[in-house]
Every structure is written in structure tokens, then in C-alpha cells.
Design a binder for this molecule. Structure first.
Ligand code: BJW
Ligand code: ZN
Length: 252
């Protein structure tokens, strides 16, 4: 049985990497990017909003979109998938959590210092001088409307526009995060990939790098992905069900 095979691999591992995408936060109520019906892409043309060009052309639209998402994330809670990942940390000798997500649900579930490859909704910075900028006021009762335009704040130092601290298409990933992720992927014995479509590069190289370096790859995803061929074990299904079952099976 696939779950037991995966549990055995995990139970014997010294260094486990958990590599997550939007799917792990789906059951918390955070829309994914590319799911046809519920994904962010179906409501907005997210691929064109998540670009430096979009921010330049229409900063109020882009800032409003990120404010809506930040407030949504503040209203939801980590799910059993995030909690199971945190629980793994208590069992395996070394655990590295690498996430493409810009939410903070791994941290709030108890995972310490996950590597954020695509930045964070909670770390805005100046688009001109790059200095970190304070977050706006805390969530309102109802939150910001989905399509509301909000002018980005101005930098207290140089007066430049404040931008979301995330990685847009065409931008470099933070060097230290990418290096840490690549090092962990090349050194681990098991990489557990959860809830990612595996379409966005260079992040999608991380599980491939682990496989090339000899690690076993366990994949948790209800849908097929381009990572299927490199997976040692595929566990089809939602993360909030599969991950707790996997951790329980490994350390029964
Ligand atoms: C569940 C579930 C449940 C559902 N349980 N699972 C090589 C080839 C082709 C193109 C490129 C290439 N290298 C670079 C590129 C260009 C580009 C790219 O990758 N394009 C592709 C789309 C083709 N990459 C870049 O531009 C990157 N930068 C770069 O390469 O710089 C190089 C450079 C060189 C020289 C000069 C300048 C630059 C940057 C990429 C940044 C990506 N940023 C985003 C937005 C972040 C901010 C924001 O949130 O708004 O990151 S895009 C978006 O996609 C976001 C995500 O982190 C990322 C990945 O998505 P993810 O997490 O996989 O989500 P989905 O929705 O795709 O999938 C969800 C999955 O969950 C599905 O599989 C479901 O089945 C599953 N699921 N429910 C478990 N309950
Ligand atoms: Zn500035």
C-alpha cells in the first residue's frame, strides 16, 4: 500500500525536505493559483497581475489585490496538513520546509523558519530603495473587497511606492532562499512534495534536484502533475487528510 511505503521511507530518513505549494493551504480557504474553478487565476488574470509591469501600470489594482489576499490569509487558520508538517519536525533528525507560498500558515502551525522561495504577503518593501515598509492597519471586520483598488503607501525614507514583498514573474528568487533550498534538496534522503502544480521555475527544479541527487520523492496531490514521473510514491488526495495519516503511519 502506497501510504505504508511512504511512511517507511519517512521513518528511515535522516534529512527530510517538505516542499509545498498552494494546495497545502487550499483546505484553509486560501485559493490556489491554477485550479480551474476555485483558483485565483479564474477570478483575475493572476499571471498578468503577478508581474512588475502590472504594478507599474496599475499599482492600485495590484496593491488592492495583495491587500485582499493578505487579509484573507489573516482570517484563516493552518489546517491539519500544515500541522502534520510541523509534527514531522519532532520525529525526523533534520527537517527543512521549503514553501512557494506567500502565506504564513506553516509558521502559524509551528514550523520554524520555512524557506520562502516566493517571498511573503507580510514583508512589503519600497519599490525604489528596497527598504522594508511597515504593514498597513490590521484586518478590518469584513476585510478588503476582492476587487478594491487601494493606492500603495509611500516609503518613509525616499517617498517611493511600497510594493508587496513577493517574487513576480521575471524576477529573481531571493538568492539565500534559493541556495538554502537547493542545498537541502541535494542533501536530503526524502523529499515530500505537497500541493504544487510543479509548473513554475526555478522552484519546480527543487524536487527534480532531489531526485537526481538520489532522494526518494513522495508526492501528495489530488491531481496528476509533471512531477509524477520522478515520484517514488504518489499519494493522490488532499493534503489535510493524507499528511496526518502519513505521519501517524510512520510513527504509529
Ligand atoms: C492540492 C489541494 C489539496 C489543490 N491538497 N494539493 C523554465 C521554463 C519555462 C519558463 C521559465 C523557466 N524558468 C523561468 C521561467 C519563467 C517563469 C516561469 O516559471 N513560468 C512558467 C509559468 C512557465 N519563472 C519566473 O519568472 C521566475 N523567475 C525567474 O525565473 O527569474 C529568472 C530571471 C533571470 C534573469 C533575469 C530575471 C529573472 C519567478 C517565478 C515567480 C512565481 N511567483 C508566483 C507569484 C508569487 C506572488 C503571489 O502569490 O502573487 O508564485 S506565481 C504562482 O505560482 C506563485 C506560486 O508560488 C507558484 C506556484 O504555484 P503552485 O503553488 O504550484 O500552485 P498551483 O495553483 O499552480 O497548483 C496548486 C496545486 O495544488 C495543484 O496541483 C492542485 O492539484 C493541488 N491541490 N487542492 C493538496 N487540498
Ligand atoms: Zn524607499
Amino acid at each position: 500500500m502506497a501510504l505504508n511505503d511512504a511512511a517507511k521511507l519517512l521513518g528511515q530518513a535522516r534529512h527530510v525536505v517538505v516542499f509545498t505549494g498552494a494546495g497545502i493551504s487550499a483546505e484553509s480557504g486560501v485559493p490556489t493559483f491554477r485550479d480551474a474553478l476555485t483558483g485565483l487565476w479564474s477570478r483575475f488574470d493572476a499571471q498578468s497581475l503577478a508581474t512588475p509591469q502590472a504594478f507599474q501600470e496599475d499599482p492600485e489594482l495590484v496593491w488592492g489585490w495583495y491587500e485582499w489576499r493578505r487579509q484573507l490569509v489573516q482570517r484563516v487558520r493552518p489546517n491539519h496538513g500544515h500541522l502534520a508538517v510541523a509534527r514531522l519536525g519532532a520525529h525526523v533528525p533534520q527537517l527543512t520546509v521549503i514553501t512557494q507560498n506567500v502565506d504564513d500558515l506553516h509558521e502559524r502551525a509551528g514550523s520554524e523558519s520555512p524557506v520562502h522561495l516566493h517571498g511573503s504577503l507580510f514583508a512589503p518593501r519600497c519599490a525604489t530603495c528596497s527598504r522594508p515598509a511597515p504593514l498597513g492597519e490590521r484586518e478590518t471586520e469584513t476585510g478588503t473587497d476582492e476587487g478594491r483598488r487601494i493606492p500603495p503607501p509611500r516609503c518613509a525614507h525616499c517617498g517611493g511606492q511600497v510594493r508587496p514583498g513577493v517574487v513576480w514573474f521575471g524576477e529573481q528568487l531571493p538568492e539565500s532562499a534559493l541556495e538554502a533550498a537547493a542545498r537541502a534538496a541535494s542533501e536530503c534522503d526524502v523529499l515530500l512534495t505537497v500541493g504544487t502544480s510543479g509548473l513554475v521555475y526555478p522552484a519546480a527544479e527543487i524536487p527534480r534536484l532531489a531526485a537526481r541527487s538520489g532522494a526518494s520523492v513522495i508526492q501528495v496531490n489530488p491531481q496528476p502533475t509533471p512531477l509524477d514521473p520522478i515520484a517514488t510514491v504518489n499519494l493522490p488526495g488532499p493534503a489535510a487528510e493524507i499528511l496526518p495519516a502519513l505521519v501517524s503511519a510512520a510513527w504509529a
